[in-house]
Design a protein around this ligand. Structure first.
Ligand code: NI
Length: 204
């Protein structure tokens, strides 16, 4: 073969390798994307927020620095899911005892229209004095919910107080002492499993 045909052969070979590589990378990206979305999605849960606690004081994520946070998002008029989950959280804290004495259980309202700090104060008191309730302006609640990937929506319901209820995701989040996401627990988790999961995630 002449020099020029060698060059052409090399060019074709090189082009073929590039196409195969591109297809392989594309296929890999397609095949691995659900997994990668899941793992990176979890790592991106949580972040800065500015809210009002149930005493009416402005708090941010820095207010809880150094303490693991156990968070649940809901609303005080919730007929079943929220009281159930908060009760499970309260019971898990009891079961953890001294192993969880620094953990801050937090109930975040997704219904600031009805959940004023005073309403939150009455509500969280029913689950123990350690609970902190967070609420705020519609914008503040929206911002914090978005960082935690929490879904919520107002739904008309003529039988509900003020003729509406709130749809919302029901996931408990455990954040580490550095404020970063550690683990989430789904709705069906009971108090024992929650306590054990928290202890394992915190290495206690
Ligand atoms: Ni609820």
């Amino acid at each position: 073969m002449s020099d020029s045909s060698h060059t052409l052969t090399r060019r074709i070979a090189f082009a073929s390798v590039m196409i195969i590589a591109a297809v392989a990378i594309g296929t890999y990206a397609l095949m691995s994307s659900p997994v990668r979305l899941k793992t990176t999605g979890e790592a991106l849960i949580g972040g800065p927020f500015t809210m009002l606690n149930h005493r009416g004081e402005t708090v941010t994520e820095k207010s809880f620095a150094g303490k693991p946070m156990l968070l649940f998002f809901g609303f005080t008029f919730c007929p079943d899911v929220c009281p159930t989950e908060l009760q499970v959280m309260a019971e898990a804290m009891k079961q953890l005892g001294s192993r969880g004495s620094d953990i801050q259980p937090i109930f975040v309202s997704v219904d600031p229209e009805r959940d004023s700090p005073a309403v939150m104060a009455d509500y969280v008191a029913a689950f123990g004095e350690r609970f902190i309730g967070l609420t705020g302006s519609a914008g503040q609640v929206q911002q914090m919910s978005a960082t935690y990937r929490v879904y919520y929506a107002k739904v008309e319901n003529k039988d509900a107080p003020h003729a509406y209820t709130m749809d919302h995701s029901s996931i408990i989040y455990l954040m580490g002492t550095d404020g970063k996401f550690l683990k989430h627990f789904t709705y069906s988790t009971d108090a024992k499993a929650l306590a054990e999961g928290i202890a394992a995630a915190l290495g206690r």
